[in-house]
Write a protein that binds this ligand. Structure first.
Ligand SMILES: C[S@@+](CC[C@H](N)C(=O)[O-])C[C@H]1O[C@@H](n2cnc3c(N)ncnc32)[C@H](O)[C@@H]1O
Length: 225
């Protein structure tokens, strides 16, 4: 865990909350989600579930793949008992992967959302996050709503995606950004991490820690000026 500016208590609270979910039925639900649909670590899916339960405003996911984090988020919304909009952006394609390989990401994503009975909770936008038509659609769907949770797991251009949607972030919005750590750092991790570190240095992101294999967690602090 890393901390800054007295965020120590919040870091510990998050770790503690994560532990308490291990003794609740949602833990085994999310274990199945992770096995069937997700490249993310179980701890990250639990955190995403938690943030989806507690956040205010809408939720934006960039890089849904076949739906692991999307389904964890939808379960969090379901268990919050509140109406929260979840927008998931995914361009589709095919992926070679030992456990989760697919020849048609969008077909499998839609099938998995249906299988887990969360289709009605998700607004799926098919396209690349940075394309002007995608940015316009997200803004249109959000209307006057703001984003209280961002799940960013697409490519290495973290700053690009944040810049596309930062005008919609609530101050203190939860941020879950993957590919920020790795033992054998590759190009994706190096540039993702550089983007996140620069945003932290600029005071736009507040770090709350690393979870799972490579996921950075923190809050948006960019509404001040
Ligand atoms: C690592 S996977 C996401 C894994 C997912 N979070 C999970 O729970 O398993 C990355 C996904 O991002 C998508 N992607 C890549 N570039 C994108 C972009 N610019 N906008 C939206 N999605 C993108 C890819 O098609 C891929 O499905």
């Amino acid at each position: 865990m890393i901390t800054r500016d007295g965020g120590y208590g919040e870091c510990l609270d998050l770790m503690h909350r994560l532990m308490t979910y291990r003794h609740e039925p949602i833990h085994s639900e999310l274990m199945k989600v992770r096995d069937r649909y997700s490249m993310l670590h179980l701890d990250v899916l639990i955190l995403i579930y938690h943030f989806a339960r507690i956040c205010s405003g809408a939720i934006l996911e960039i890089g849904a793949f076949v739906g692991g984090a999307t389904i964890a988020t939808a379960f969090g919304i379901r268990d919050s008992g509140q109406n929260k909009r979840l927008i998931a952006i995914e361009p589709g394609g095919s992926v070679k992967h030992k456990r989760l390989g697919t020849r048609n990401i969008l077909r499998d994503l839609e099938r998995n959302l249906t299988r887990e009975r969360v289709t009605d909770l998700v607004t799926l936008i098919k396209g690349h996050s940075f394309k002007p038509e995608t940015v316009a659609t997200v803004h249109r769907v959000l209307g006057s709503d703001q984003v209280g949770l961002l799940i960013l797991d697409a490519d290495a251009a973290k700053r690009r995606d944040i810049d596309c949607y930062r005008d919609k972030f609530i101050e203190g919005a939860w941020m879950v950004i993957d590919d920020c750590y790795g033992i054998d750092a590759n190009e994706k991790i190096t540039s993702s991490r550089a983007d996140v570190d620069a945003l932290v240095a600029a005071g736009l992101l507040e770090p709350l820690g690393f979870y799972g294999w490579s996921t950075w967690v923190g809050r948006w602090r960019g509404c001040g000026g």
